[in-house]
Every structure is written in C-alpha cells, then in structure tokens.
Design a protein around this ligand. Structure first.
Ligand code: NAD
Length: 502
C-alpha cells in the first residue's frame, strides 16, 4: 500500500521525537468490527532502524548510571498516568483489536501491574555479597544492564505485552527499541507517549514499526544485546535462532494449545463457567485460552452443558455493552478459523455447535465467528494439533487423570493448563506430573502476577528466563562478580604463585 493522505499515520519514536517515517511501504490498521481504516503503519526503513538503535546506544551511556531511585520514580509516575488514562486506552484498544471494553481494560491492567513492579526496582536489582571469602577478602555481585535491548510483540495483547517488556528493561538500566504488532500499534503508541510524559529520557525508549524485515534487522543488529519476543511458535523459533546466532540473549514466548482436565468430582457450575469464559472470551485469541477440554470418566456427560453455556454468549462489536465475544483481528484470521472448522468436520469430529457466519446487526462486515464446539476430537486431527486462535473448543475424553496427563504432555505446546477437581490429592498429582508452564487448579487462566515470571514448556517457550517477575532481572542484566581485598598501610604481604586465596 502507498501513503493515503486522509488516514492518520502511526509515528516512529527516535531519540525522544515522534517522527513520520520516510518509507513508501504502509499497512492499514483496520477496525475488525467495521473494517474502517483507523491508521496506516510504516515499514521502518533501514536508515530509521539505524537511527533508533544508535539513539538507544548513545542514551545508554548516561541512562545506565542514572540512580536507581530516579529510574523507579519514572515508573511511579507512569503507573499513575496509565490509571488516569485507562478509559481512553481501553477504547483505542477495542477499536483496533476488537476485544470487549472490560477485556481491554484487563489487558491494560495486567500491563500496569508490571509497571508497578518496575517501580520497585530498588528491591529487585540487588547483588549478593559474601564477607571474608578468604582472609580480608570479600566477594560480591553487581547486576549491570546489558545495553540496547529490543522487544517484538503480538497483536492479541497490544497493551500488556509491550508493558511486559520495556518497563523492566529500562528500569534495570537498559535502553530499548520496541517493535509493536503492525496490526494494532495504536494503543501501544499511546502507552509510549505516556511513558515519555512520565519522564523516560530521549533515546532510552525508541519505537520502530513493520513486519518480517524489521524483525530480522533487530535480530541481526550488532548493537542490540537482547531480544524479547512474544508471538506464534514458527516466528518465535525463527527469531530465537536468528538472534542467538547473532550472539544475543533471546527469550521467545510462543503459541499454545491449553487443556482443561475435568474430573467428575469438579464443581459443575464453576467449571462450566470457567470453560466457557476462557475458551470463548477475547474470541479465543488469548495465548492462555482453554482451547481443549479433556473430560475424564463420568464428566464426559457434561458435553450438552458445555454447548448450552457456549450458546449463552453474545457475539457483537467489542464496544457494545453486554458483548462476550468480539470479532477476530482480521479477515485473514477469520478465513483461517473458518477453514479449521471445515477441516474438523471433514476429519470426523462432531460439530456440536457451529458459530460460523453469525448475524451481528449493524456490524455485517465484522470478522465474527461465534462459539464453536467439537466433540469426539482425537490427537491426530489438525484442529487438535494446531493452534486455531479463535473461539473453537475441542472436547476429548479420557478414562483416567493419568491418561489425560499423558495426552497433555504429548502435545507440542506447553503454555497453560487447568485441572478442575475437588480432590487436593488429585490436584497435587496433576501439578507434579504435568509438563506445562502455567498450571491452574480450579483457575482457568492462571497468568502469574508480576511477583512471578511467565513461563512455558516445549513449543511454547525458548530461552531460559521468562518475561517480568524476578527472572527478567537476570535476563536484562549481566552478573559481574567482584573479589576485593584492601590493605592496611603497613601490610607488606607475601609473594604467592598459587591461585588460592588465603
Ligand atoms: P505472530 O508470530 O504472527 O507475530 C508476532 C510478531 O512477529 C509481530 O510483531 C509480527 O510483526 C512479527 N512477525 C510476523 N511474521 C513474521 C515473520 N515471518 N518473520 C519475522 N517476524 C514476523 O503472532 P501474532 O499473530 O501477532 O500473535 C498471536 C500468537 O502469539 C499466538 O500464537 C499466541 O499464542 C502467541 N502469544 C503467546 C504468548 C505467550 O506468552 N506465550 C502471549 C501472547 C500471544
């Protein structure tokens, strides 16, 4: 697409200035409920990319030595600004992404919690010290920032995930280049404006836009020390390999196929609500959505109740009151999900509820699909193997909890899971044996608060350390050990040719 004069443009942030890109390549940000073009996003040119990294490199020289209290106070101010602008942020997010207003507020709020955590950096970025490791000798560690770090974010949480990244990277003394999703960068940019207003100095935070080429340029750039990525498994694997080969630290949080394991003793009403809310909320476009249910033993009889609950959900534009399921992000995403539903039926699963082509008055052009439920799903089917990323629930059955655990552990993804039971012993067994990053016990979407770090197993995560929480301090810092001895004026010492300290 070439530049259209009447549509607002999304700006770059380079060295403290919001600037128009000189590119000739633009893509559109489209309201998924109405198809209205909201803005156009540039594909950052190589020169602009270079300017962003070089501004970050220059700013690092002073930012790395900025007192920890001064860094923390910026994030105290920032969390206040986000709170004050919550309604505006949620409205922008809903218009470009499609999720409901309460869900958009939740998206901003979960990011805000990380900003609050960044404000506590004084208690987090602490070294260790051992006194008298040898006679008159002490050893201590420094957690020093790395330099220029970069973040690449997905479309589904355009507020929360950028906030997983740049606040912690900057609070630890690094400078940052952010590449938001080109599908919905507007709320991210509003959050970036508020970060600048909160006092983040010029060059400390920079923003570039675009797709594959810009991501590859980030992975390859020799002045970028660490890359944090959140998105699909194929792209994340590519980013991890490419950034690692270029000598960078990389953490990639990726795709999912999250299973709910339902035991026959589970609290029926609570479990049915939890399944419907987490499978179909945000139109199934959450990396922690429960997209598979494994009904164990007699709970197989619950299928009609799951379908009944799914039918109660209201499909409509995200800004309309009472909406449960908004539109998918794009036409391409809708076509992809519709194709999966067709495939599921062809592969022999039973289509219990078909949400394709719902009537949504006033939003006939929206990318809608209502809650869709398959039973009789088997592990070979593509609807089970692949991440659909829409409001499509696959139901399987198992004879025992161990059979269910085996199924979950054999899935290529290991992002989230939840067990529903009244038995503490069964829940503990599940927690011990399951190989998945986030585990819920009667909690459908167990995203950890920022006192902990987000994690993942198998195809859901590459890299040792997760975003936010304590692990991210390690990710964004280099540990330096210092071993020191101080002599008294009259201490002449002895000549020592061994390596031991005495
Ligand atoms: P995506 O992988 O398509 O895009 C993510 C980022 O990569 C975007 O910024 C995009 O511009 C860039 N990109 C896209 N294609 C690329 C390519 N070929 N080469 C290089 N860069 C490329 O993901 P998405 O559709 O925006 O987001 C949804 C995915 O993210 C789902 O798979 C979801 O499970 C996952 N996700 C995971 C987590 C987690 O914490 N594990 C959280 C949120 C979303």
């Amino acid at each position: 697409m070439t530049s259209n004069q009447n549509v607002p443009t999304v700006k770059l942030l380079i060295d403290g200035k919001f600037v128009e890109s000189a590119t000739t390549e633009w893509t559109e940000v489209i309201n998924p409920a109405t198809q209205e073009v909201l803005a156009k996003v540039p594909a950052t040119t190589p020169e602009e990319m270079e300017a962003a990294v070089s501004a970050a490199k220059k700013a690092f020289k002073t930012w790395r030595k900025t007192p920890i209290g001064a860094r923390a106070r910026i994030f105290l101010k920032y969390q206040q600004l986000i709170r004050e602008n919550m309604s505006e942020l949620a409205a922008i997010l809903t218009a470009e992404q499609g999720k409901t207003i309460p869900d958009a507020e939740g998206d901003v709020f979960r990011g805000l919690e990380v900003v609050e955590h960044a404000a506590a950096i004084g208690n987090l970025q602490l070294g260790e010290m051992a006194n008298n490791v040898a006679s008159g000798v002490d050893t201590y560690t420094l957690q020093q920032p790395l330099g220029v770090c970069a973040g690449i974010t997905p479309f589904n949480f355009p507020a929360m995930i950028p906030l997983w990244m740049f606040p912690m990277a900057i609070a630890t003394g690094n400078t940052f280049v952010l590449k938001p999703s080109e599908q919905d960068p507007m709320v991210t940019m509003r959050l970036v404006e508020l970060a600048v207003e909160a006092g983040i100095p010029a060059g400390v935070l920079n923003v570039v836009h675009g797709g594959k080429d810009v991501v590859n340029a980030i992975c390859d750039h020799q002045d970028i020390r660490a890359v944090s990525f959140v998105g699909s498994t194929p792209v994340g694997t590519h980013v991890y390999n490419r950034a690692s080969q270029a000598g960078k630290r990389a953490q990639c949080m990726m795709g999912a196929k999250n299973h709910a394991v339902v035991m026959p003793d589970a609290n029926r009403e609570q479990t049915l609500n939890a399944i419907a809310g987490s499978a179909f909320g945000a139109a199934g476009q959450r990396c922690m959505a429960l997209s598979v249910v494994v009904l164990v033993g007699e709970s197989a009889e619950w299928i009609p109740d799951i379908v009944k609950r799914a039918k109660t959900l209201k499909v409509n534009a995200g800004h309309e009151k009472g909406t449960d399921v908004g539109p998918l992000i794009s036409r391409t995403a809708l076509n992809r999900v519709n194709t999966f539903v067709e495939k599921g039926a062809t592969e022999g699963a039973k289509l219990e509820l078909d949400g394709r082509g719902p009537k949504v008055p006033s939003y006939e052009k929206g990318n809608f699909i209502g809650p869709t439920v398959f039973s009789g799903v088997t592990p070979e089917m593509s609807i089970y193997r692949e991440e659909i990323f829409g409001p499509v629930l696959c139901i399987l059955t198992a004879d025992s909890m161990d059979e269910a655990i085996e199924l979950v552990n054999a899935n290529p993804h290991g992002n989230g899971t939840a067990v529903f039971t009244r038995s503490g012993a069964a829940a503990r067994h599940f927690q011990e044996e399951i190989d998945v990053g986030q585990v819920g016990v009667n909690v459908p979407i167990p995203v950890p608060v920022p006192l902990f770090s987000f994690t993942g197993s198998r195809g859901s995560k590459l890299g040792d350390l997760g975003p936010y929480g304590k692990q991210v301090i390690q990710f964004y810092t280099q540990t330096k050990t210092v071993t020191s001895r101080w002599f008294d004026e009259d201490d002449v010492g002895t000549l020592n040719t061994t390596i031991s300290l005495k």
